[in-house]
Write a protein that binds this ligand. Structure first.
Ligand code: N01
Length: 536
């Protein structure tokens, strides 16, 4: 006899910060919700990225939920940028506090989701850790799969023949890894490499860093938070949060002026120096024309290059570490003792910008015919960002069109929230929303609240089916591309454009019009009865 599939009001895929909040909001409305999560606990990014030195690089008093005043008052962050363990503990606390655990099924991967027009339901296929498959059905399918979750495993020839241990920063074992006395190779110098390299260098007998592109790294200046500053922020949280939402990135970094070129070199450098000394990402907001004027951008680039030349003892190594591309071309990195690490005797920088890694041999990494012999290989090679996690699920919509087919030439989505041809599916921080260009947690909250409002609207109006209209979607995609093309970043190679994944179409993935403009557009769409969506 055919077993009846359980039917839920909503399936949520992923129990990171997006999935947890979505569950909380929908359940509050009395909906039956099931969350599926591949990991063994909550936290998403902060569950998987356990590499040495992993910590958030956004000020954490603001990289946290604001939907519950009680939560933000009771939780105490220990440091300006807490470590992965503290962020994972915060995620577990949220799951405890709001009793989320019973509705989350762990060690369960969603392998497929198929839309059924007859019953107006999604059927979601899952696989548990032993490969056993199940299926459930739901009216809504909400993808909380994360922008930086689909791991990019580079396809080096011979990788599987490597005789030592191999780790990927984004899939680090819970038990950790001990590099004491070992020869280690790390491939990749993005945020994950930048954070892990100084920590691994302290343990390893020798560390070889394979660098394809040098990045701009700003000192974090991490430190314990003082009770007084925490008390002051907590006393003013609503106003500070509201202020942050008015800024481009949702971070409320102070802008020193409209143009780097409108002030003297002395004044400009004083401003850069102050932000370098304060540490963190605020340097990216110093002048408003970094993304529109190459000359303005170059002033910031040259300031950081100057710092690298001051810090790194060997001028040849300093030159290799000095980025050639525009400032903020790629995501700015925030590190601790990153450049200082290259002054250590046990660290060697290997430039692979002109001569790529040829292959991995059982003994190590081969470049230009030379094998760098190592015991451990660390891949800090990042993610198939924004679209990767969605495309790895076999999703089929109206007329059995698959999402992979629809997105063959790049993602097409309306506001990064809905996809035409895929009714009753929502994506949290999907392509075409500001997502990775903003403070992620406020952006997640904005999406979850918009989706909740939309579902309320449908329920109040007796509607059961919602689908983004093709024309509205096309117009939004065009707008996202036009705004993206205005930025100097459009000339760069970066994961923002998918250029880190061989064969991935080059399309701007996040919306670069800023958080306030985007949030207003979403509010406007809702106020006009979900303009651009068809509701039945
Ligand atoms: O990944 P990345 P990540 N051969 O893609 C190199 C967020 N994050 O995990 O630049 C050789 O930035 C690649 O080289 P290139 C943050 O948003 C946040 O470090 O493509 N090298 C690059 O150097 C961040 O931006 C936090 O030339 C290869 C590196 O690997 C995003 O996640 C912490 C290669 C990958 O850098 C991703 O960061 C960590 C190959 N075949 C991450 N393939 C915090 O909040 C790739 N590379 C602190």
């Amino acid at each position: 006899m055919l077993k009846q599939k359980p039917v839920y009001d909503a399936i949520v895929v992923g129990a990171g910060f997006a999935g947890m909040y979505m569950l909380y909001r929908l359940r509050e409305r009395g909906m039956r919700v099931r969350v599926f999560e591949t990991g063994t606990s909550v936290g998403g990014t902060w569950y998987w990225n356990r590499y040495p030195g992993a910590r958030v690089d956004t000020e954490t008093m603001f990289y946290s939920y604001q939907f519950s005043e009680e939560l933000q008052q009771e939780w105490n962050w220990p440091e300006r940028y807490p470590a992965q363990l503290d962020l994972a503990a915060y995620a577990r606390h949220v799951a405890d506090r709001f009793e989320l655990w019973p509705d989350i099924q762990f060690e369960t991967r969603v392998s497929a989701a198929a839309w059924g027009e007859d019953q107006c339901l999604w059927t979601v296929q899952t696989e548990d850790g032993d490969g056993a498959q199940s299926s459930v059905a739901a009216r809504y399918c909400i993808m909380a799969t994360g922008c930086l979750s689909a791991v990019n495993y580079p396809k080096f020839e011979g990788l599987s023949d490597f005789a030592g241990e191999t780790f990927h920063t984004a899939h680090w074992p819970e038990a950790g890894a001990d590099f004491t006395g070992k020869r280690v190779a790390v491939i990749g110098t993005g945020s994950s490499g930048v954070q892990s390299i100084p920590v691994m260098a302290e343990q390893a007998a020798h560390l070889h860093v394979f660098q394809r592109t040098a990045n701009y790294v700003i000192p974090a200046r991490n430190r314990p938070l003082e009770p007084d500053e925490v008390a002051e922020i907590k006393a003013n949280y609503p106003a500070l949060r509201a202020q942050a939402k008015k800024s481009f990135s949702g971070n409320d970094f102070p802008v020193a002026g409209p143009s780097a070129l409108a002030v003297s070199e002395e004044e400009r450098n004083r401003e850069y120096e102050a932000r370098w000394t304060a540490g963190g990402l605020s340097i990216m907001a110093t002048y408003a024309d970094f993304q529109t004027s190459e000359a303005a951008n170059e002033t910031a680039s040259e300031f950081v290059r100057g710092k690298i030349r001051q810090i790194v003892d060997d001028p040849a190594v300093a030159e290799l570490l000095a980025p050639k591309q525009l400032f903020m071309c790629k995501r700015l990195c925030v590190g601790t003792d990153y450049y200082e690490t290259y002054n250590r005797d046990n660290v060697t920088l290997v430039d692979i910008s002109e001569t790529p890694i040829e292959r991995i041999t059982p003994e190590g990494v081969s470049v230009e015919g030379r094998v760098y012999e190592v015991d451990v290989l660390v891949l800090a090679t990042g993610f198939d960002a924004v679209t990767g996690a969605l495309k790895r699920i076999d999703i089929s919509g109206v007329d059995d069109i698959t999402l992979r087919e629809k997105w063959e030439d790049g993602p097409k989505a309306y506001l990064g929230l809905g996809i035409s041809g895929f009714p009753n599916m929502f994506t949290i921080t999907g392509p075409g929303s500001p997502s990775v260009l903003t403070n992620m947690i406020p952006s997640i909250e904005q999406h979850v609240e918009w989706i909740t409002g939309c579902i309320d609207h449908m329920r109040d109006n007796g509607k059961t089916r919602i689908e983004a209209e093709r024309e509205a979607e096309a117009a939004w995609v065009q707008h996202v591309n036009e705004v993206g093309d205005l930025s100097l970043r459009a000339n760069c190679q970066s994961w923002y454009f998918g250029s880190n994944i061989p064969g991935k179409p080059r399309v701007v993935l996040p919306y670069s019009g800023g958080f306030p403009v985007y949030a207003r557009k979403c509010e406007d769409v809702a106020a006009k009865g979900y303009e651009g969506f068809s509701l039945n």
